[in-house]
Design a protein around this ligand. Structure first.
Ligand SMILES: *Cc1c(COP(=O)(O)O)cnc(C)c1O
Length: 428
């Protein structure tokens, strides 16, 4: 590749190649996105605290944060971040396998394993990096991954990167999953050469807020001798007596081979992790490329995350969860009153989609909410399927009852303005 680049440079200098101007090409693509109502841009947040964000000098109520327990702003956790930085440095100085494996990382991993009920855990610089590192380490092109249709982009990318034979099952559809497991089972006889089969899903889905039928999934994969990887990005910190997540809450910790999570959502800090057996973690230390070839996360972040894991499990953590579920109950009752109730089978979560259908309808709805001081951005293709553009509403323990009521007022107006057509586009 180096030689090719140098060759181009020389030819370019000789005037032998007429390249296309990159900014011109990209400008055209950006215009296409704009035309399709799919252009995204960054919104600068000048400050945020609790349920409030300040954007362009204007205070808005934030219904778009994944900081479900409000721990990102928690004073003790912010102090832990500062202490970690002061005592151990602003950075880690190297990858974990060189000299970056600091005390803070080991303490955090021990705490995560205890939290999740596993023998071991391994941290990555983000949940995204955990997926991209772990999945391709575990399975390769002779193997099979069977992925829920609504699984997060990082899981899709990780599966593609691994080069496996990839199958997608209909969202939360156990029959469809079973037919794919049966297909995989028929690929090779027992014994050597038999592919490993990994089922991949989320416990709480990031854009729909519904739960996977984990107990049934576990029973099914066990019948076929398959492995299961579950992303608990939106469940860690939230479910169970200690907030360990849905897997632990359902008593399935020893039966899910790969538990994945992020420290960046309910745990209020940053980073990702994989929890599971000692063999799994030892193997990932050797083979997960995003772990091996990346500088260790800053010690301040690890110390803060350790404090967050402790807080999530404390009486204070339980009180924060109770506050969150109480706001969620209020929002759900209000949404039901607006004809937008959450199906009972979906299970509880902090995420509530207001599906409006067309990209334009979702953009218009979000703009109307913004007008009213309510921040809840439109979620469009490719994050969600075409025709299911939505406003994704999240609640946190930092919201007060009157915040929920203001949101419901805003949603009522959006739905009235969107009219019947948008209301009819409730499903996909
Ligand atoms: C946010 C998210 C991730 C990525 O985690 P980060 O720590 O933000 O990189 C992975 N999976 C799901 C389902 C997520 O929502």
């Amino acid at each position: 590749m180096g030689a090719g680049v140098a060759g181009c440079g020389i030819l370019g200098m000789l005037g032998g190649v007429s390249g296309r101007d990159m900014d011109g090409v990209l400008g055209g693509r950006l215009e296409d996105l704009r035309g399709a109502n799919l252009l995204r841009s960054l919104r600068r947040v000048d400050s945020w605290r609790g349920a409030e964000v300040v954007v362009a000098g204007r205070a808005l109520l934030n219904f778009a944060s994944n900081d479900y327990l409000g721990l990102a702003g928690d004073e003790a956790i912010r102090e832990a971040a500062a202490r970690g930085a002061m005592e151990e440095g602003a950075g880690s100085g190297a990858s974990r396998l060189i000299t970056g494996s600091l005390k803070a990382h080991h303490e955090l991993e021990e705490a995560l394993a205890a939290f999740k009920g596993t023998a071991a855990a391994l941290c990555f610089s983000s949940g995204h990096a955990a997926a991209l590192g772990a999945l391709p380490a575990l399975v390769g092109k002779e193997d099979v991954v069977i992925l829920d249709k609504l699984a997060h982009a990082c899981l899709v990318d990780a599966a593609r990167l691994s080069g496996v034979r990839l199958r997608v099952f209909r969202h939360n559809d156990l029959e469809d999953l079973e037919s794919k497991l049966r297909w995989a089972d028929g690929l090779a006889p027992e014994g050597a050469g038999r592919p490993n089969v990994l089922v991949v899903t989320e416990s709480v889905f990031s854009m729909d807020g519904d739960q996977a039928p984990l107990a049934e999934l576990v029973a099914l994969k066990e019948r076929f001798g398959a492995w299961l990887m579950v992303d608990e990005a939106h469940a860690t910190g939230l479910f169970g007596e200690r907030g360990a997540g849905l897997i632990h809450h359902l008593g399935l910790a020893s039966r899910v081979e790969v538990q994945m999570g992020t420290l960046g959502k309910a745990l209020g800090t940053a980073g990702g992790f994989i929890a599971g057996s000692r063999a799994l973690v030892d193997f990932l230390i050797n083979r997960a490329r995003s772990f091996v070839f990346s500088t260790a996360p800053p010690p301040g972040v690890a110390v803060a995350a350790l404090a967050a894991v402790a807080k999530a499990q404390s009486a204070e953590g339980r009180a924060l969860r109770e506050a969150l579920w109480s706001r969620v109950g209020r929002l759900r009752a209000g949404l039901a009153g607006l004809g937008r109730g959450i199906p009972a089978g979906a299970g509880i979560s902090a995420i509530h989609p207001l599906i409006l259908g067309e990209e334009r309808a979702a953009l218009r709805g979000a703009a109307a909410l913004l007008e009213a001081g309510l921040l809840a951005p439109a979620i469009r293709f490719p994050t969600v399927a075409r025709g299911s553009a939505r406003i994704r509403l999240t609640l946190t323990a930092a919201h007060r009852e009157e915040h929920v009521d203001l949101l419901l007022d805003g949603i009522g107006r959006v739905l009235a303005e969107a009219g019947d057509s948008a209301c009819a586009a409730g499903g996909d």
